[in-house]
Structure formats: structure tokens, C-alpha cells
Design a protein around this ligand. Structure first.
Ligand code: NAD
Length: 237
């Protein structure tokens, strides 16, 4: 029996990087997974029910909740992981890019809860939000991203208080994890990021998936409103 045996989980941003690793791990732990990503991102894979949609659109969340109810009759785990980044300092960042990053990285969590908390209450379910160590420490050229990730930390705590004791809500804060999100970033910046951790290397998506799985399952039954930093000691250095 796996840690998520019999559970139904939604994972957003499921086609790439950490989200794909979480889907793999949830499946290995016995969950059935509703995998959400944008059109053309190919979240479809064996054992997974894929939904194509934008997490910043309330209609996507209504479809997700309807699918969980009609296909599985339940929802146990919600992992909000999808994210978008536009790199520019605040004085150069277009307002539309600010709005989009806040919508995808922060407002999506509100939309998720709005649509799905009823289902999660029925199963005494769990929510795991993906923030970032850049909720805690500044990162040049990421004003909206950092603001949204900081907002998720506060929102996670607020939701834990609001929906406890029925629903546990926790936030994971990854450090540098080697995923396609790093594709456009130069060798020197990558080297510096990896060297800036106590572990002296990038993290792997599976290492974040392990933390997400812990927060999603009963092993963390007395953990709620918490932030779990998974950064190889980046924020400790
Ligand atoms: P990634 O870029 O590899 O994957 C993100 C996925 O989200 C993509 O498949 C993309 O299509 C999807 N997505 C983007 N916008 C969407 C939308 N509006 N609706 C639905 N899907 C959408 O990212 P990753 O590196 O695996 O990061 C996953 C999470 O971890 C993100 O929340 C990210 O901010 C966080 N994080 C990552 C790192 C890192 O170093 N990789 C560090 C800190 C935090």
C-alpha cells in the first residue's frame, strides 16, 4: 500500500519539471491523478486524467471540480504548482506581465480553493501550494513572481486557519531545482545558484516531489499552516 493509496489528487503544471515528478510519485504511492496544464503541454500519460486549461481561469477550476466529482466521486489532494515567470525589474515590467504572473502564481490558488474546498472538506483532504525561497529573499528582475510567492505563504497560513480542522494546508518553498524553467538561464547564473546552496548542487524535481508527498499524505497529519523549505540549504547559507 502506498502513502496515497485510494486518494484522488489534482496536480497543476503537471507536464513539466516538479509537477511531472509529483505526478510520478503520487501514482507510485497509489493515487489517481488529475493532471492540469496548458494546451500543447502534454500532461496526458498512462494512469492520469489530463485536463487542458489555464489555472488563472475560474472555468478551469469548475471543470476540475466537476471531473473529480463525476469521474472519481472525491478529491483528497490539491497541489497548486503551475507557474509563469517574466524577468524584468519593476520599472520595465509591463502591467500585463505583472497581472499575468499574479493571476497564475497567486490568484489561481484562490480560484482552486473556491472551486474545490467543498470536495476537500468531505474527504478531510490536503492542499499543498508551491511557493519559492524567493518568498523569503529578494531576486532581481522577479518583482511579480516574488510578490506572488510571498502571497502564497500568507495565503497558505490563512487557509489552514480558515479550513482547519477539516483541510490541512501547507506550502513548499523550493530552492534551485533543475527543471525546464532554467532552460533560458546562462551557465554562469546556474553555476552560482548551485554553488550558493549548502548542498553545493541543484535539487532534483523528485526531491521536491518527496516533500510534496509528505505534506499531501497522513505522514504529516499534525502539520498544517507550515512552510517546508526544500532548497539544499540555500536560505541557510
Ligand atoms: P516548469 O516551468 O518546468 O513547469 C511549469 C508548468 O506549469 C509547465 O508545464 C507550464 O506549461 C505550466 N503552466 C504555466 N502556466 C500555466 C497556467 N496558467 N495554467 C496551467 N499550467 C500552467 O516549472 P518548475 O521549475 O517545475 O516549477 C514548478 C513550481 O515550483 C513553480 O510553482 C515554481 O515557481 C516553483 N519553483 C521552482 C523552482 C526551480 O528552481 N525550478 C524554484 C522555486 C520554486
Amino acid at each position: 500500500r502506498g502513502l496515497l493509496s485510494g486518494k484522488v489528487a489534482v496536480v497543476t503544471g503537471a507536464a513539466s519539471g516538479i509537477g511531472a515528478a509529483v505526478v510520478d510519485r503520487f501514482l507510485a504511492e497509489g493515487a489517481r491523478v488529475i493532471a492540469v496544464d496548458l494546451a500543447g503541454q502534454g500532461a496526458d500519460r498512462p494512469g492520469v486524467l489530463a485536463i487542458t486549461g489555464d489555472v488563472a481561469d475560474a472555468r478551469t477550476w469548475r471543470r476540475i471540480a466537476d471531473t473529480a466529482r463525476s469521474e472519481f466521486g472525491r478529491l483528497d489532494v490539491l497541489h497548486g504548482n503551475a507557474s509563469v515567470v517574466t524577468r524584468a525589474p519593476a520599472h520595465e515590467l509591463a502591467e500585463a506581465d505583472w497581472d499575468r504572473q499574479i493571476a497564475v502564481n497567486l490568484t489561481a490558488a484562490y480560484l482552486a480553493v473556491h472551486a474545490c474546498v467543498g470536495l476537500l472538506r468531505e474527504t478531510r483532504g490536503t492542499i499543498v501550494l508551491s511557493s519559492s525561497v524567493h518568498a523569503l529573499a529578494g531576486l532581481p528582475a522577479h518583482p511579480a513572481y516574488a510578490a506572488a510567492k510571498g502571497g502564497l505563504v500568507s495565503l497558505g497560513r490563512q487557509l489552514a486557519v480558515e479550513y482547519g480542522p477539516e483541510v490541512r494546508v501547507n506550502t513548499v518553498l523550493p530552492g534551485p531545482i533543475l527543471t525546464p524553467a532554467w532552460d533560458g538561464i546562462g551557465e554562469e547564473d546556474r553555476r552560482r545558484s548551485a554553488a550558493g546552496t549548502a548542498a553545493a548542487r541543484f535539487g532534483r524535481p523528485e526531491e521536491v516531489a518527496a516533500a510534496v508527498t509528505f505534506l499531501a499524505c497522513e505522514e504529516s497529519s499534525y502539520v498544517t499552516g507550515a512552510c517546508l523549505v526544500v532548497d539544499g540549504g540555500w536560505s541557510a547559507v
